[in-house]
Design a protein around this ligand. Structure first.
Ligand SMILES: Cc1ncc(COP(=O)(O)O)c(C=O)c1O
Length: 394
């Protein structure tokens, strides 16, 4: 049976899939089962930051797989301890200890558990337009109502939503049971929304004043994506907790919660666990990712080439009426089109021409390529989009 039919027959229908089967990757390129080559500006949605099948990452995984793949967290794990020590060199200075898990949602669940235990309070302030994942508490903190509604019975009723980029609304929402504020420094799924410069520092100040835990969800923005190792560093903000996943394993599933020592020390044995979290294989992969990013200075590279990419997108915005706005930092860029239909048509047309891009928040084309993307590929995409934006208007 061909793969699409096999998938439809046996795999849960939770994703609307595009009609292609990707079978091979190398750097910026992906190939489908028919041998067609694509330039990948989606990068597994901000995951494959070193590009596909980077040789250092592949080698680290293979070497570790031959040595020791998994042992329980009942024992000390060498690559886990080494990864934690390495992460202190790239995360904001406040972040001193780490809990390892397997995904972004799991990192967020861990962050919420830690915050309520540490603060000994029950409620969490979260933002309109946010996305934090699909497990019960993570989806509870996620703005889109259609993601939450069918599952209300199992979602904790502890979240207070406030508009993004509005400090006064946060202050009004703070009550005597507020344990934490959770925020994406730049909203990803919500449409690549960058807050004003006083927002993150203002949140930090409010949290300090009221003794509230500040959680930065950097699952999408972290690991150099926006031009700094972590997006909160653009504003010099040091959170109490930070979540990572996506690019941390470069394609290998790894999630992580980092926290200040005194906050993380509120967890004691038995409070939280994950069988696979931080296993030798995952940590060997993440170590290789961080070391390669350090060696190649990928966060700095992302800032520089992201600026170029944004400038080229702005040229399109100036030329095509159907483009409403270009937003983002580093290599987390969004181009908002006038309508959902235009964004869908552009995504499809790009795919047919051999460019994989993603559409989020209905009408925002999102570009999250590997941080190794070269100018010539950006130029190629811009040229293709220039034609596509004319075609979809007709
Ligand atoms: C900011 C943010 N938090 C959490 C998540 C959830 O991560 P995962 O899909 O690995 O559970 C995502 C996924 O897109 C995200 O963008």
């Amino acid at each position: 049976m061909e793969i699409e039919k096999l998938s439809e027959r046996y795999v849960a229908y939770t994703y609307k899939r595009q009609p292609l089967v990707l079978v091979k990757g190398e750097g910026m390129f992906l190939w489908d089962s028919k041998g067609k080559r694509y330039l990948d500006f989606t990068g597994g949605i901000a995951v494959c930051s070193l590009g596909h099948c980077h040789s250092t990452l592949t080698k680290a995984i293979c070497t570790q797989a031959k040595k020791l793949m998994h042992v329980s967290n009942l024992y000390y794990i060498q690559p886990q301890a080494e990864l934690a020590a390495l992460l202190t060199r790239v995360t904001p200075r406040s972040i001193e200890k780490f809990f390892f898990c397997n995904s972004g949602a799991e990192a967020i669940e861990s962050a919420f558990k830690l915050a309520v235990k540490h603060a000994r309070r029950q409620r969490i302030i979260t933002m309109e337009g946010s996305f934090h994942g699909r497990t019960a508490a993570a989806v509870g903190a996620t703005w889109k109502f259609s993601y939450r509604k069918p599952f209300e019975a199992i979602i904790p009723k502890i979240f207070d939503f406030v508009p993004f980029n509005n400090l006064a609304a946060v202050e009004r929402a703070i009550g005597d049971q507020t344990a934490a504020v959770v925020v994406e420094p730049i909203q990803g799924e919500g449409g690549v929304n960058v807050p004003s410069d006083d927002y993150l520092p203002g949140l930090r100040k409010l949290c300090d004043e009221y003794g509230i835990v500040l959680i930065c969800d950097e699952v999408q923005t972290g690991m150099g994506r926006t031009g700094k190792w972590f997006a909160c560093q653009h504003w010099g903000v040091e959170p109490d907790e930070i979540t990572m996943a996506k690019a941390l394993g470069g394609g290998f599933p790894v999630g992580c919660l980092g926290a200040k020592s005194n906050v993380m020390n509120s967890f004691s044995p038995g409070d939280h666990a994950s069988t696979f979290g931080g296993n030798p294989l995952a940590c060997a992969a993440a170590k290789a990712v961080v070391q390669t990013m350090q060696k190649r200075k990928l966060p700095q590279r992302s800032a520089k080439i992201g600026e170029y990419f944004k400038k080229r997108l702005e040229e399109l915005a100036n030329k095509h009426l159907c483009v409403r706005e270009v937003r983002g930092l580093g290599l987390l860029l969004g181009m908002e089109l006038a309508t959902k239909e235009a964004a869908e048509a552009a995504t499809e047309a790009a795919r047919k021409k051999g460019y994989l891009i993603n559409c989020t928040a209905e009408k925002v084309l999102r570009f999250v390529p590997p941080l190794t993307v070269e100018r010539k590929y950006i130029d190629e995409l811009i040229e293709a989009l220039d034609k596509i934006l004319v075609e979809i208007r007709q």
